[in-house]
Ligand binder design. Structure first.
Ligand code: PDD
Length: 275
């Protein structure tokens, strides 16, 4: 494992964050998580493009160009020598005496960490995972991958307490996304997922899976669908950088059949793409 902080490589466990970094004081920053397969970062350009979208959305000037951040990621990977890894990129608005408004003439702080990939067990991949619904309680701009994850943290903890793998946000009866994943329903051979509006994260895996499904000749609809639609679906699955394509075994009190042919096919195609 390895870590880069501000302008240098540091020990992975190093305590280097300044007391007044706005990232931890205000959650004033953004991040990305990228999966590395066989030493190669997967969809790195897409993740870096989204980092820039998040930065622009909060008027955060990146301390390095996207090309420089890509080079730091590659250098970090070289140092870490981990074929199966996760890259965490974070940029905060920098360190300055605590005051809400943006500080003047303060440079943002970049962190890049390469860590062992957190993988989902083969057992869970086979069985699928239980998920539960939770009322949407986040702000309207969840397309920004910001460090303000307290609602997501509380949602995931609640899911864990209910022996669920994920909590799925439902907003006035409409299913949106998980606390750290996007969700799809499959009904009568058609795939459905929430449209890429500002109120959800535009998952890189979500888009990859949509493109994959279209290439396979499937029909995909980015539409708002109700909780009862999801419960009447044939299959459900989650997508994220760390979960990849993960079948859902139950949603609240609704069970999904063991067969899940479309989820299985997509997951197999996904594997083939990254191996
Ligand atoms: N989470 N929705 C939310 C709220 C997320 O936090 C994530 C990712 C996703 C899936 O996005 P992607 O396919 O780009 O990983 C959807 C990351 C993995 C995390 O916070 O660790």
């Amino acid at each position: 494992e390895t870590a880069y902080y501000e302008d240098r490589f540091v020990e992975p466990g190093a305590r280097v964050v300044p007391l007044e970094d706005r990232g931890h004081q205000f959650g004033d920053g953004i991040y990305e998580v990228i999966r590395v397969y066989n030493g190669v970062p997967f969809l790195l350009d897409e993740h870096l493009a989204r980092l820039l979208v998040s930065a622009d959305a909060i008027d955060l000037e990146l301390p390095y160009s996207i090309a420089e951040i890509r080079a730091i990621c590659e250098k970090s990977l070289e140092r870490a020598q981990l074929p199966d890894a996760e890259i965490y990129i974070q940029v905060t608005r920098g360190s300055s005496p605590r005051a809400h408004a943006f500080p003047e003439n303060v440079r943002g702080i970049l962190m890049v960490a390469v860590k062992h990939a957190r993988t989902v067990s083969e057992e869970k991949r086979q069985s699928g995972v239980p998920v539960m619904s939770i009322e949407e309680n986040r702000w309207k701009f969840c397309y920004i991958k910001s460090l303000n994850l307290l609602p997501n943290v509380l949602a995931k903890e609640k899911a864990k307490n209910y022996q669920c793998h994920e909590a799925v946000y439902v907003d006035e009866g409409i299913v949106k996304e998980g606390s750290s994943s996007n969700i799809f329903a499959v009904k009568d051979g058609v795939m459905y997922t929430y449209p890429p509006e500002p109120s959800i994260l535009h998952g890189i895996s979500r888009q990859f899976v949509i493109d994959l499904a279209l290439r396979l000749g499937m029909e995909v609809k980015e539409e708002k669908k109700s909780l009862s639609f999801f419960k009447s679906a044939d299959e459900l699955f989650l997508t994220s950088t760390t979960m990849e394509i993960l079948a859902v075994s139950s949603f609240d009190d609704t069970d999904y059949s063991e067969r899940r042919p479309i989820t299985r096919k997509l997951a197999a195609e996904f594997r083939a793409e990254v191996e």
